[in-house]
Design a protein around this ligand. Sequence first.
Ligand code: NAD
Length: 487
Amino acid sequence: MSPAEEAANILEQFGVVSTGDLASYSPIDGSEIGRVGTGDPALAGDRAADAFRRWRSVPAPRRGELVRLLGEELRGAKEPLARLVTLESGKIVQEGLGEVQEMIDICDFAVGLSRQLYGLTIASERPNHRMMEQWLPLGPVLVISAFNFPVAVWAWNAALALVCGNPVVWKPSEKTPLTAEAVLALVRRAFERFGDAPEGLVQLVQGGREVGEVLVDDPRVALVSATGSTAMGRAVGPRVAQRFGRVLLELGGNNAMIVAPSADLTLAERAILFAAVGTAGQRCTSLRRLIVHEDVYGQLVPRLKQLYSSVRVGDPRELDTLVGPLIDEDAYAAMERALGGGLERVDGVAGGFYVRPTLVEVEQQEGRVLTETFAPILYVMRYRKFEDALRLNNEVPQGLSSAIFTNDLREAEQFLAAAGSDCGIANVNIGPSGAEIGGAFGGEKETGGGRESGSDSWKAYMRRQTSTVNYGKDLPLAQGIRFDIAP
Ligand code: NAD
């Protein structure tokens, strides 16, 4: 079946009508697979502000019930939604399923969290006083998402934002509008079952950056959580700062793996393959730089070249395909530029941009190696001293994910220590990609510094309030200050 026919069938299952001025194209064959209407961002701001006034006073465990129902809807629709993710983003079936599973996982996490949004009680220095910290709803949250995780990134943000008491406005990538419509259909079903969720609690505003910018500048949007390129973050970050809004940036990565002499090379090979060629190199956490000790270089690199030549590139719907298409012609052109020309398209489905993952051996870490090319290019370099490997790991502008393969405890611990990897994610004996939702996700430097998903990331979606209560009959001042009118 053609991607267009298949998408039409799936959209029908979700009750989504394909109409409007924004077209969606499948990277599988470049064909148009559906249409959506662009939204009115100012109206979305109004409706979100109204919804906030009601939702913030709903008890958090009750808010969790809505997210629980959404998780159920996602479980029921996992296969068709994953299939649509494949059709619209080009990722292979297994990865599409994994993406929807991440949405389900974060819903489960958020439901538990809805009963755990607690703060501290703090010892007061004043007698008969109690000091405490509480976490209150923040306000409307704008989620800007990228094409490569068209639905999971929204869920990471939305599940937390909703239990924290905030409405959500979603501006998905203009390259993946259909998956967003399908998710909204599931949200509506969850709303119906929930009963009394306010209108405008979850909204979808389709369109490009111009639509995003209106919402970014809207003073009623309390938090802008933006996932995408560093260039996008450079534009969005200062705009939000200008109006003293809160911003959570999840931007580009340039992730490295160190392979030490003691590494289990069989494990390392598998990890490298998944991290470097999976999702056709189009993950923010994709492995882009491999730093190999000179003692194992001669063994590992030829083996990788062999594996690279046997990876099946093609239609992501076929089960033995490991590498699907690039998202579009621009991505192909960017890969060709990074390689200095001569990139050949490989046979996939006519109309799609299919490429063979490429391994490039370099002597120095400079020029194009320092930038993120969103394509399956792996730069390989050698090292002799561990300090040099660490330096190479850190000497790029981005700071998202990193990994080391070693069986030397000292090296592993040094990699994780204060003077070790400077990234938001640092792994030992697993690759840099494929994070679990339970941990906080995000990176440093040009990756933007934001954290979302698990651990205590929820705190970014809430307003912290420190309260001191005096239950005594005196008014002692802090720091022992005396401020009395003379008798
Ligand atoms: P992109 O920057 O082109 O677009 C991302 C989103 O930002 C889209 O929805 C787009 O419409 C919007 N946008 C762009 N400029 C804007 C502006 N000025 N104001 C408001 N909105 C704007 O990114 P992409 O090509 O869709 O995705 C790939 C990039 O995303 C890569 O750099 C990748 O590393 C990054 N990414 C990062 C993470 C992470 O968690 N760190 C996750 C996924 C993708």
